[in-house]
Write a protein that binds this ligand. Structure first.
Ligand SMILES: [Zn+2]
Ligand SMILES: [Zn+2]
Length: 147
């Protein structure tokens, strides 16, 4: 578990993350594709392990009743996906591209693989979950769409 620093494109938002895992995930859902320009590459950071500066430059958009996507309102960089309600609201999915050093990170799971752009594939061995599998895993039956 490492400590890593990062920032958005313009530098208005800076972060220090503690206890950073060595793996990240990718999401190909339609909302992530539009928000992040093709796919979301996120790394889990627990709420208490994220220190942010430049919060005035952060706009968090509630993209469902239970999750938000945040971006820098100066430069447009995608910052995080965060579940805001329920058992998975204990952390952030921070954009891997914000981090200054990603040299030790490896890909763990691909979400919404049935929604991905099929122009490329990663080598075998990744955990892959379709939209239906993601919904079944993360969303209580009565909650509806996760996006
Ligand atoms: Zn920025
Ligand atoms: Zn997504």
């Amino acid at each position: 578990m490492a400590t890593k620093t990062g920032q958005c494109l313009c530098g208005a938002v800076k972060l220090t993350a503690n206890n950073v895992p060595s793996t990240f995930n990718i999401c190909y859902c339609d909302m992530c594709k539009r928000w992040a320009g093709g796919r979301w590459m996120g790394i889990y950071i627990a709420n208490q392990d994220l220190e942010l500066t430049g919060k005035d430059a952060v706009t968090a958009l509630a993209t469902s009743d239970w999750a938000e996507r945040a971006f820098c309102n100066k430069c447009g960089s995608s910052l995080w996906y965060k579940v805001t309600d329920g058992p998975y609201s204990d952390g952030y999915s921070i954009g891997v591209g914000l981090l200054n050093d990603t040299s030790d990170l490896t890909l763990d799971t691909e979400y919404y693989t049935d929604r991905k752009t099929h122009a490329y594939d990663f080598p075998d061995g990744r955990k892959q979950m379709t939209e239906a599998e993601v919904l079944a895993f993360f969303v209580p039956a009565e909650e509806g769409e996760p996006e």
